[in-house]
Design a protein around this ligand. Structure first.
Ligand code: 1GP
Length: 241
């Protein structure tokens, strides 16, 4: 059953915009999760992504379990490595880093994740992950040892996204990187969304309601926000319906 994905497709058809909160297990205290999710539920958040480039304290499983106990929202793993996979979530963005040329993040990690995935019941959503220069060196860049695509290279970005779609990805994620100084430019989002038939996720460096709306107006179907909530939870109040 492709429930999570079907809901995203339905939202796209209905032009209902989606917002995910990204919870990085390295950056949240387990005890704080109940309080944080009370605020999340008062905002326009529709999805929870859990994961990060690293999971230094090996908290992924516990953080995900605790989140599931305190939310009705769909919880998807957004893994930095196969070690972050846990059956405590509802689904997984099965990422391939299409902007990079490092086989480790194109296929090796994916193969290493199979022994776990075949034994558990997570909805798997094949996702083309495209790292775009956000004007700062991000953790994804460091950990994956790949270069982001420059925001000047609009056609390369478009063709990378379409190559993902043609290869069977079900989502495309344009990522400026966590804590990016510059979000993915609305012109790029528009160029890609005008041609793409599958849902488009945009994240990295989004810190204001205006930026969220810009991304939506340009054609993003789902916007991801992490750092802005880590730095200021009251931003959730700004994002109330
Ligand atoms: C990172 O796109 C997400 O993978 C969110 O980025 O932390 O900058 O909001 P921020």
């Amino acid at each position: 059953m492709k429930t999570l994905y079907n809901d995203i497709i339905q939202a796209k058809k209905d032009k209902r915009k989606l917002v995910a909160v990204l919870v990085d297990p390295d950056k949240i205290e387990i005890d704080h999760i109940p309080k944080f999710f009370k605020k999340v539920h008062n905002a326009i958040i529709t999805h929870v992504f859990v994961g990060g480039s690293t999971d230094e304290e090996k908290k992924m499983e516990n953080v995900t379990k605790t989140i599931k106990q305190h939310t009705h929202l769909p919880v998807l793993i957004f893994p930095g490595s196969h070690e972050q996979i846990t059956e405590a979530a509802d689904g997984i963005l099965f990422l391939s880093l299409l902007s990079g040329r490092n086989p480790e993040y194109l296929i090796t990690q994916q193969i290493q994740s199979v022994s776990k995935l075949i034994d558990i019941n997570l909805e798997i959503i094949p996702t083309g992950y495209i790292l775009i220069d956000g004007d700062v060196e991000t953790a994804v860049q460091r950990v994956s040892n790949t270069q982001p695509i420059s925001q000047e290279e609009k056609t390369v970005i478009l063709h990378t996204a379409l190559a993902g779609q043609f290869s069977g990805k079900q989502l495309i994620y344009l990522e400026a990187g966590s804590g990016a100084k510059k979000m993915v430019a609305p012109e790029i989002i528009k160029k890609v969304s005008d041609q793409l038939q599958i849902p488009l996720i945009v994240g990295g460096g989004i810190r204001s309601k205006e930026q969220v709306n810009k991304a939506f107006r340009a054609g993003a179907d789902l916007v991801v926000i992490g750092t802005a909530f880590e730095e200021n939870e009251d931003f959730l109040i700004e994002l109330s319906p």
